[in-house]
Design a protein around this ligand. Structure first.
Ligand SMILES: *Cc1c(COP(=O)(O)O)cnc(C)c1O
Length: 374
């Protein structure tokens, strides 16, 4: 086992036969893309799974977010956080808008609602929160702030598929959200994604934007091509059938990690199984490594040397990459900077084996014990 790399993630796949059955009729119809039968079936199935009136599927989660921002007609400045995948910031900037970085909370890494109002001004049009690692943003407080200042609220819910929070699907919060169906996510369609919203007009604009802005022979919007094809939609239909068993398996493995890593000096698990009101999807296994001698970067190196693909994620912050380099005027998100330097993700996927977790935890314990003896 020790010479086989344990990857951070492993794409979930349905049985080969199940997928073949699902795509069989594509050979009868030859309709393989452009809002075909599978595409429309998947949208309907997602509306029901996510408990929302409107779902629009796309080639990927990034296009869903970029086009959602476009469809909602945001202007000027958008308040967001830099502790996310680069996609969130890119989607704002590629719409010609300015991202204004607000700090995150140290306990769950989501946008800190107590710091939002300080960065609102007359140019602000929206708040884009990220449900990082499936941790729900402080949706109630964010909603109150948005109402008071007449702002739109969008959630990047790329990590939060299949989660329920205070009796609602996480998709139901805010004006709109996006999900990613990338191979690395809890629910995948190889590549893919969707936007969800409550507003029929936004939904109808999204439907056109993904297809070049075409409407009935006219071209109404400067759209793009972000249509999901039938083979991808078929994969989504198959994988959606197995969502519950995937999350159930992830939950068992998360609990197993928690038992194995309990009480190790310098290592804090940041899983969310016990968060009140949350039905977690167990999307990630985040650790904070914080100690005088136990160092995140050393642990990262040792794990990777021992064939365990741990990941420093999100590091650097999106605001620190060369294309943005927003910190030249001083950093405004000290908590995000700190978390970024101490966060580490461990491998987690539905068919990860408990022996592999034993091995990963043994490498961690040996590193900590060695440091202790020095
Ligand atoms: C994966 C991800 C995206 C982008 O989704 P794609 O489907 O890969 O385009 C956006 N935001 C976050 C936080 C993500 O993790």
């Amino acid at each position: 086992m020790n010479n086989e790399i344990i990857f951070l993630t492993r794409a979930y796949l349905p049985d080969y036969q199940e997928y073949i059955e699902e795509i069989k009729d594509l050979w009868d119809s030859h309709w393989i893309t452009s809002m075909g039968k599978k595409h429309n079936m998947l949208e309907k199935a997602l509306e029901s799974a996510l408990n929302v009136p409107y779902v629009t599927v796309f080639t990927n989660g990034h296009n869903a977010l970029e086009l959602l921002i476009n469809a909602m007609g945001l202007t000027g400045e958008v308040i967001t956080t830099p502790f996310t995948f680069i996609s969130t910031t890119h989607a704002i900037v590629r719409n010609g808008l300015t991202p204004v970085f607000c700090d995150i909370k140290k306990d769950d890494f989501t946008i800190d609602p107590d710091k939002i109002e300080a960065v609102i001004n007359e140019k602000t049009s929206a708040i884009i929160g990220v449900h990082v690692y499936g941790n729900p943003c402080d949706v109630e407080k964010i909603n109150m702030i948005a109402e008071k200042h007449n702002l739109k609220v969008i959630y990047d819910a790329a990590h939060a598929f299949g989660e329920w929070y205070n009796e609602k699907n996480l998709a139901e919060y805010g004006d709109a959200s996006i999900f990613s169906f990338h191979a690395s996510k809890v629910f995948n369609s190889i590549e893919g994604g969707c936007a969800v919203c409550k507003d029929e007009t936004i939904n109808s604009v999204l439907n056109k934007l993904r297809n070049f802005g075409i409407n009935d022979g006219d071209v109404e919007y400067v759209g793009t091509n972000a249509k999901m094809n039938e083979f991808v939609a078929a994969m989504g239909i198959c994988n959606l059938r197995h969502l519950d068993e995937v999350i159930c398996r992830r939950r068992i493995l998360t609990k197993y990690y928690e038992e194995q890593l309990d009480g190790i000096k310098g290592i804090q698990l940041k899983t969310n199984l016990t968060k009140e009101g949350l039905r977690s999807n167990c999307a990630y296994l985040p650790l904070i490594v914080d100690d005088k001698t136990i160092k995140r970067d050393n642990l990262y190196d040792i794990l990777n040397k021992n064939g365990v693909q741990a990941l420093r994620h999100f590091y650097p912050l999106t605001s620190q990459y060369s294309c943005y380099n927003c910190e030249k005027n001083g950093n405004t998100t000290p908590v995000a900077v700190w978390v970024s330097k101490h966060i580490l993700l461990l491998p987690l996927y539905a068919d990860l084996r408990t022996e592999q977790i034993d091995y990963i935890c043994k490498v961690i314990r040996e590193y900590v014990n060695n440091e202790e003896r020095k």
